[in-house]
Design a protein around this ligand. Structure first.
Ligand SMILES: [Zn+2]
Length: 569
């Protein structure tokens, strides 16, 4: 059994001998052996706890039972305790710092473990205070109800008013009431931001930089990428928004120049307002969505039968079940990957199921078993989101449906609606992500600045929505992710960029340079072979940018994405 406490000492002594005896060599098998032992030891400790935590997580989300949530929390705490182990971290840091591991897989495994454990090396008291504060705020999110005219409204009711009401006053009242949550959350959030920065202090400039580092990203590079994305999307977005604005103004009988944030169909203008008569739902209402997914993925030689079986073929909405959709690799050995869903036939769930099953094929089912446990997963959150998003888009393509044997009654209307929705969704979402990335960066860099102003400056600049005259309120604090999933949102956008770039690579390599807009994969086993070879096989041995180069031949950029929404080849 490896004594972790002794490892830094052992390395120090080995290094001394090493440098005296072999000053020119670049690596030493003794370090590699030791690194392998550290990886094996870590795996032995962490793996059973992760499997228990995953099972508990599944149980809690499928039943909604209190005791299941308690078991999930216990399992997570046990796992966190191992990840926080100081002696283990010192050993990992020491072996990593030597730079003398000569096996690239082991070296990568050590890097990955280093990132996973670095995150947990926070002063226990500070960590506890942060957890308490964020739980406190999350509870405020769960229990908040907007109040209009002495009536309380659920989140769904607010959304419904924003989707359907033609009365500007009513919309304004609902929108303003929903933003009251920001005022409730703000004081706690401000404290939490400072604590998060405190936790990052020493090694990092601030919490934002630390979170990016843990995800193998760099703030300056991100801003460069998003600046380029801004350039490419600004004019097309302006045009799309002008078209949408005309419809929104008409619906409420106001002038376009009078449109306010509450005239859009969701509280943050992150979705396409339902102003185009696109009834994709009608087509999917009569379909067995799971059967379509099964057939599609089987056709491209990435079968999902095991996933369906392991999920208990239980995809219908049920009381107690988490109403959203997730995919989880329970054991990371290719034998137990599950998808949780609440399918109601329609376009939303068709694309959601293609998305979730897309995650499920990018798992240990297709990632080779020869990789060590810590590397037998997706390269990065953004690459698995990208793969899922790439498959998700098929639901809005007529060629996909027809090749799947589903009849489209009004093909012209479908084409227009599907293409428009895809394009506008990408554009609107990309502008919204600009606000989220830049706001979070600014907030952690300088939490004492006027955050209300920062938020609205960004909304006006990137989403082109005017702030209501005289408004000075912490509207940013009513967005859940800023509290519950910090420094995460930009990964969705990068996932979209990855999805487009990968799709274009498939069109180029598998379809011999075909127009990407015509490529729908159906029945083509070469697509599965391509995905295995270029995306799944490396697991986590490659970082996200190395994998992007490996799979597409270029660094991640918004160019393919821009071509997708321009409609041109
Ligand atoms: Zn996803």
């Amino acid at each position: 059994m490896l004594s972790l406490r002794m490892v830094p000492l052992l390395i120090a002594s080995l290094c001394v001998f090493f440098w005296i005896l072999t000053p020119c060599a670049s690596a030493d098998p003794r370090f590699t052996r030791l690194a392998r032992e550290i990886v094996a030891d870590f795996t032995q400790r962490v793996r059973p706890l992760e499997i228990t935590a995953n099972r508990a997580w599944w149980q809690a989300n499928i039943t909604g039972k209190k005791e299941a949530f308690k078991a999930k929390e216990d399992a997570q705490n046990q796992l966190d305790a191992v990840l926080a182990d100081r002696a283990q971290f010192d050993a990992i840091e020491a072996i990593r710092r030597t730079g003398l591991i000569d096996d690239p897989i082991t070296k990568r495994a050590i890097d990955v473990i280093y990132l996973a454990t670095l995150e947990k090396q926070v002063d226990a008291k500070l960590l506890k205070e942060m957890t308490r504060l964020s739980n406190d705020i999350e509870e405020k999110f769960t229990n908040f109800r907007a109040r209009v005219d002495d009536k309380t409204l659920s989140d769904a009711e607010v959304r419904n008013i924003l989707k359907t009401s033609t009365l500007s006053d009513r919309r304004q009242a609902a929108w303003e009431a929903s933003k009251e949550l920001g005022k409730v959350v703000e004081p706690g959030l401000r404290k939490l931001v400072k604590l998060r920065n405190q936790a990052a202090a020493g090694k990092f400039r601030n919490y934002h930089q630390m979170q990016l580092f843990l995800n193998e990203q760099d703030g300056d590079d991100l801003i460069k990428l998003f600046d380029r994305l801004d350039e490419l999307t600004r004019e097309p977005f302006k045009k799309a928004k002008a078209e949408i604005d005309v419809e929104l103004a008409k619906a409420c009988n106001v002038k376009v120049s009078e449109l306010m944030p509450w005239h859009y169909h969701d509280p943050f203008f992150q979705e396409v307002p339902a102003v185009f008569k696109a009834d994709l739902d009608k087509i999917y209402a009569k379909q067995d969505l799971i059967a379509l997914c099964r057939e599609f993925y089987r056709g491209i030689d990435l079968p999902i039968d095991l996933v369906i079986e392991k999920s208990g073929n239980d995809f219908a909405p049920r009381k107690g079940k988490n109403p959203h959709a997730f995919c989880t690799d329970i054991t990371r050995d290719g034998t137990d990957v599950r998808v949780l869903a609440n399918v109601v036939p329609g376009d939303y769930w068709m694309s959601t199921m293609l998305h979730e099953f897309g995650h499920s094929v990018y798992s240990s089912i297709n990632i080779p078993s020869k990789l060590p446990y810590v590397l037998r997963s997706e390269s990065n959150i953004l690459t698995t989101e990208g793969v899922a998003m790439m498959f998700e888009k098929m639901s809005k393509r007529r060629a996909w449906l027809e090749k799947m044997g589903v009849k489209v009654e009004d093909p012209k209307a479908f084409d227009q609606a599907g293409a428009k929705m895809l394009r506008y969704q990408l554009l609107i979402f990309s502008r919204w992500c600009q606000v989220m990335l830049r706001f979070e960066k600014g907030m952690y860099e300088n939490p004492d600045q006027d955050l209300n102003k920062l938020w609205w400056d960004l909304v006006e600049r990137y989403q082109m929505i005017r702030r209501p005259p005289g408004r000075n309120a912490p509207d940013y604090a009513s967005k859940y992710h800023i509290v519950g999933a910090p420094v995460y949102y930009h990964n969705y956008m990068m996932g979209e960029l990855f999805a487009s770039q990968l799709h274009h690579a498939i069109a180029r390599k598998v379809y011999k340079g075909a127009n990407p807009n015509t490529v729908v994969y159906v029945g083509n086993k070469a697509v599965g072979a391509f995905m295995r070879q270029y995306v799944f096989d490396p697991g986590r041995t490659l970082s996200w940018n190395a994998l992007t180069r490996h799979a597409t031949g270029a660094d991640l950029s918004p160019e393919a994405f821009a071509k997708d929404f321009s409609g041109k080849k």
